[in-house]
Design a protein around this ligand. Structure first.
Ligand SMILES: Nc1nc2c(ncn2[C@@H]2O[C@H](COP(=O)(O)OP(=O)(O)OP(=O)(O)O)[C@@H](O)[C@H]2O)c(=O)[nH]1
Length: 382
């Protein structure tokens, strides 16, 4: 009886093994050659790697993170602007100096000076003040020496640029109810002036100074703007908060960015916005909502208005609208490398009553400098 049972088990085992073996071998044969009817199967035509056994896991190729860049030091960047202004075709200062150095200045000479100033976009008000001051000093001091004339012009130009204005960017962290919040900087302006680029460059300036930063891509009008900003941030290890939906609520993105900045305990949150609003009421609504929503999470430390220096007086009207609706606290004058008309610095400060704090000097990642009136005037004088 026991022997019979043993044989039964052996026979069952052999049958089972034969079944499993053929089940494994048959598909392999089909893969290698033909189907049952000898015709090539769909599997034959498939690329070889699709036949890998399921227990071989696909290799995860995570995208290689870009190597982090080290932003250039901030000190000395203005020197580059000074040199560029000085080398530009016909520096404002050189023309002013050539007229001022004439003996016995006539009314025609003064008219020529005025015209030169107006052509440099300095604006009628500041031009009048500058000429008045120069007339008085030339009459009283009777300056003739080229070096003395230069010094006289330098000090009067410096006066109209106003070295007393506070040009620091408010990036000191505010403390609310005993908790340190990130300093929030909102960047506004007409589209194409260089807002996104400026936010990216400013992030690099802050990183160069050892600050931690989060970016908010609240320019939801153009999906590419968020991509552009994300790339700027990634290059220096800075995260960007964005919405994947084009046309998403910019205030919601701004809020999320500031909330993330608070959670991550970062020093500064920079928020980029869109500038494509059709009318003043729409602009006021959108920027008003962004500011209100941000301040629920942290105080708004700075509102920077980005202006394109090459648009000269034409950009002033738009600048004024932004100035009225956005509570601007500082100006970023971009593309100063593309104009010899440095006078716009003076005009825009006068029109808006706020200082130029940063200037754009080119398309390079570190072509943004804290504005320095003395270096600027030296550049104008050539
Ligand atoms: N030469 C020069 N070009 C600049 C400067 N700043 C920005 N640009 C260029 O200006 C162009 C527009 O810049 P963006 O930063 O995209 O402008 P934006 O205001 O964000 O534009 P929207 O997103 O359309 O609202 C880009 O080609 C920048 O490289 C600067 O200081 N000098």
């Amino acid at each position: 009886m026991t022997d019979d049972l043993l044989w039964l088990w052996i026979v069952l085992g052999v049958v089972l093994l034969a079944g499993v073996g053929s089940a494994l071998v048959a598909p392999r044969l089909r893969r290698r050659g033909k189907g049952d009817d000898g015709a090539p199967t769909a599997v034959d035509e498939a690329p070889q790697d699709t036949l890998a056994p399921p227990d071989v896991a696909p290799v995860e190729t995570s995208p290689t993170a870009p190597a982090l860049e080290t932003p250039a030091p901030v000190a000395g960047r203005m020197v580059r602007l000074r040199d560029r202004l000085a080398r530009s075709g016909s520096p404002l200062g050189a023309r002013l100096l050539s007229v001022l150095s004439r003996t016995d200045l006539t009314e025609d000479d003064w008219d020529e000076l005025e015209e030169t100033l107006l052509l440099a976009d300095i604006g009628a008000g500041p031009a009048g003040e500058l000429l008045e001051a120069l007339r008085t000093r030339v009459r009283v001091e009777g300056v003739r020496e080229p070096a003395a004339v230069r010094e006289l012009l330098r000090s009067e130009l410096l006066n109209v640029v106003d070295p007393t204005m506070d040009r620091t960017i408010a990036t000191t962290r505010p403390v609310v109810d005993g908790v340190a919040k990130p300093a929030v900087v909102l960047v506004v302006g007409v589209n194409g002036t260089g807002k996104t680029t400026t936010v990216g460059k400013l992030a690099r300036v802050l990183v160069a100074e050892g600050r931690t930063v989060v970016l908010g891509a609240a320019d939801t009008f153009r999906a590419a703007a968020a991509d552009q900003l994300t790339t700027w941030g990634a290059r220096v290890g800075v995260e960007t908060v964005r919405s994947d939906r084009e046309g998403a609520d910019p205030a919601a993105v701004a809020f999320d960015a500031v909330a993330k900045g608070s959670r991550d305990d970062v020093d500064v949150v920079l928020v980029d916005t869109a500038g494509r609003l059709q009318n003043k009421a729409g602009l006021m609504d959108e920027l008003g909502k962004i500011s209100r929503v941000i301040t629920r999470e942290a105080p708004l430390g700075e509102v920077l208005l980005v202006l394109d220096a090459t648009t000269g007086q034409n950009g002033m009207q738009q600048a004024k609208v932004f100035g009225e609706v956005a509570g601007v606290t500082g100006i970023v004058l971009t593309k100063l490398d593309g104009t010899a008309k440095g006078g716009i610095v003076v005009a825009v400060q006068r029109e808006l009553g706020v200082p130029v704090k940063l200037v754009g000097l080119g398309e390079g990642p570190d072509d943004l400098a804290p504005f320095d009136p003395e270096q600027f005037v030296d550049g104008l004088l050539g």
